[in-house]
Design a protein around this ligand. Sequence first.
Ligand code: ES4
Ligand code: ZN
Length: 350
Amino acid sequence: DADDKFVLELPKVELHVHIEGTLTPELRWGLAQRNGQTLMLERTGTVYTSLEQLRASYTIMEPRPGHSIDNAEESFTFFEAYYGGFEVLVTEQDFFDLAMNYFRRAASMNVRYCEPFFDPQGHTRRGVSWETMMGGFRRAQQEAEKSFGIKSKWIMCFLRDLPVESAMEHYQAVLPYRDMVVGIGLDSDETNRPPSLFADIFALARQAGFRLTCHCDVGQPTTHENIRQVASVLGGSGAERLDHGLNAAQSQELIQLIKKNGVGMTITPWGYLRHQPVDEIFPRIRTLFDAGIQIAIGSDDPPYMEDCWIIHHLLLAKKMCAFTDHDMVTLARRSVDMSWASESVRAEIK
Ligand code: ES4
Ligand code: ZN
């Protein structure tokens, strides 16, 4: 309908998408075939013998408030599904194909510029080299700009559930690829892993000119404290962006802090439905928007979220927050402001 067309045609910037989280079951199946691999869920030893079975494994059933899982044996967490996909990424061509698949799809939704996250620790720990990973990403980035007109910069994320020393090693190792990487982030399982653990690395990265962001997921008891750290102290004076952090909307103090420090927030509405009731999610997004906080809608891990890509997240937000067309244009403009694109690229998109 009219909403769909308007949202599809809006020029977009995508600031919250994990490149490994864009691995579709079709691509994963194809890469496994090419690499001669058997696909299986490691914990249970379940082998996927068809694409249909693999597709079914993308329906994440995690325990959540108010929902019990009938067959706990068959349930698996998002992280199990997500990291399970990494195993098919072996060659430079695999990394190229992964990134190219995303860029092609993003360009078809009129994404003009994007800053995808990547998780190098999830690859180096399987023995993949930096050249393989970054070589594939670099070639895809160049090819996508030429073929689809989509520009990009990468954000390297540390897996916060791994030791801080590993993050430091990966920070040193990315320096030769400095021209491709605009920012440093923190993702993966937040349980008992506050951002402050990584304070020294973030401070180093800031001094070296990297832009900083950090995931603060919903459903964490420590979420307010973690949001406070990100918005005020990470990297010395606070990160420039906060990924998720939706629960900030519950606290006037956090809202004011985020505004005062000019922190932009990336929001991926579909993902929250797994953890929070609808009548908490959308009023909170609306509260942040109405408070004048910069927010940008992104897609996180589309195939793991009922195949919701950026337009689906935008349409959901429009409907559930009652955003007008004018509000959607405001959101699109703010996502350009929040981006870490060069002045010339910004001018082109805006
Ligand atoms: C992630 Cl914390 C988190 N949420 C969603 N997707 C992710 N990929 C890596 N970490
Ligand atoms: Zn994310």
